[in-house]
Design a protein around this ligand. Structure first.
Ligand SMILES: Nc1ncnc2c1ncn2[C@@H]1O[C@H](COP(=O)(O)OP(=O)(O)O)[C@@H](O)[C@H]1O
Ligand SMILES: [Mg+2]
Length: 440
């Protein structure tokens, strides 16, 4: 018996495929071949469908939009079409199809048809959507848990400090009266221990003064307790307040990263850099120890602690990025956190938006924004221009401007005074009275 030709073998292979509808179309889209997979997927027998136009598998609205013809045109022009579209079976039921179409050409390059491969991805897509939804739920849950954890730490910190701390202080007064040196020493150490525990749970400096003070305090304490030499660099010197959520997140990240340096790295020293660059904060914690194991990278199956996962989650919530890398020697933890737009930037962005498409918009009343600023430089008047002050608005690197000093300022007692360099001022940015919003 003669061996089958390679054409025969190929036809048998294609016809036998059950999971995919594989068909050959003429250059105009007429169905020329029909495999078992196509029959299983679409419900038509071979002889019902050969010679018909393949657009019969598409929804009427897709045909009206010209989708089947567009798919062929893209395949012909770009050498391939890949996409998803709703298809309709013989029994009228519909399914989401993944479609791949490739042009078939003869040896002269003339188009002689198309190969079309179709797969039902309805279940796959539904599963994907379910997984995405579960992921979103999980992210919301972990965000909520971190928030609750922060609130809880804050509450316990306050109770330790205010309630237990006060009671211990009262106790210490009695102990002091006993003049028993050992008891006094023990009472002192318990008091310090409780206060430290309270501050580590939630440093009051974070709320009262800001990130710089809280980090200074934490780094100094950890260096003393652990013996690790820690260098802290914060730029710019006058570090601005960033809002409690961002400050808490950054504090917790530095706290976790440095605790990891102490617990896991065997490094004798570490550096912490905190830098505000334009509209983002960059935090880098570097040690010079044994390096983070590859198993601690995300996606590895090894069960790891919650520290790194917590850092990642905090950064994700703020829309930032956390990168952990081995540095030879040591580990670098780098976090980038975008800063939310200041009221000024929002104002500028809104008025920029409002300048376009004015026809679709109606005028609205917008409040003026008053922000603290500093006089950087006084530019003296010339015969052409009046005296001006160069003013920087706090919390916004983008807002620098020259303000014309129109009137001499007067104190309450009527004495005139002029604006000085370095003076703190308040700047009111007047909203454009012609601000607009989209018409309903
Ligand atoms: N700076 C570091 N140097 C070396 N290994 C580290 C460092 N930071 C983290 N690791 C490794 O990553 C693991 C996970 O860290 P983490 O999620 O903070 O959990 P935990 O500290 O509770 O073990 C640690 O157990 C340790 O093996
Ligand atoms: Mg840890």
């Amino acid at each position: 018996m003669a061996n089958p030709s390679s054409d025969d073998l190929f036809r048998q292979l294609v016809e036998g495929i059950l999971e995919y509808a594989v068909l050959v179309l003429s250059p105009e889209g007429i169905v020329l071949t029909w495999n078992q997979g196509a029959e299983a997927l679409m419900g038509y027998g071979k002889y019902e469908v050969l010679g018909t136009h393949f657009s019969g598998f598409y929804l009427p609205e897709s045909i009206q939009e010209g989708l089947p013809a567009q798919e062929l045109a893209i395949a012909e022009k770009q050498g391939r079409f890949c996409g998803e579209s709703w298809h309709i079976r013989k029994d009228g039921s519909t399914f989401l199809a993944s479609v791949a179409i490739a042009p078939l050409r003869n040896s002269d390059g003339v188009l002689c048809g198309f190969a079309k491969v179709t797969q039902d991805i309805t279940v796959h897509r539904a599963t994907e959507e379910r997984i995405n939804k579960l992921n979103r739920n999980l992210q919301a849950l972990s965000a909520q848990m971190l928030h609750v954890q922060d609130l809880e730490r804050r509450r316990i910190a306050r109770e330790l400090h205010d309630d237990l701390g006060q009671q211990l202080l009262a106790l210490k007064m009695f102990v002091d009266k006993t003049k028993n040196a050992e008891a006094i020493k023990l009472a002192d150490s318990v008091l310090v221990w409780v206060r430290n525990l309270s501050y580590l749970l939630h440093p009051p400096l974070l709320d009262e003064i800001g990130l710089r003070a809280a980090l200074d305090w934490f780094v100094e304490g950890l260096a003393r307790r652990s013996g690790v030499k820690i260098e802290l660099q914060i730029r710019p010197d006058e570090f601005p307040r960033l809002g409690l959520d961002i400050e808490t997140a950054i504090f917790r990240i530095v706290q976790e990263a440095l605790t990891n340096v102490f617990r896991h790295s065997n490094s004798e020293r570490a550096t912490v850099e905190l830098e505000k660059r334009d509209a983002q904060i960059v935090v880098r914690v570097r040690d010079y120890g044994k390096g983070i194991p590859a198993s601690a990278a995300p996606g590895k199956n090894k069960v790891i602690g919650v520290g790194i996962a917590g850092m990642r989650e905090r950064i994700r919530q703020l829309g930032g990025k956390l990168i952990l890398s081995r540095c030879e020697p040591g580990t670098l933890v780098e976090a980038n956190v975008p800063l939310p737009a200041t009221p000024c930037q929002e104002l500028i962005a809104t008025s920029a938006n409002n300048n376009s498409n004015k026809g679709d918009r109606e005028e609205v009343e917008k409040p003026n924004v008053t922000l603290p600023g500093t006089v950087e430089k006084i530019i003296p008047a010339t015969d052409k221009v009046p005296e001006q002050a160069q003013i920087t608005v706090e919390g916004s690197d983008d807002l620098r401007g020259d303000v014309i000093i129109e009137n001499t300022l007067r104190d309450v007692d009527g004495k005139s005074r002029s604006l000085k360099e370095g003076a703190d001022v308040e700047i009111t940015i007047e909203a454009d009275p012609k601000d607009t919003k989209p018409k309903e």
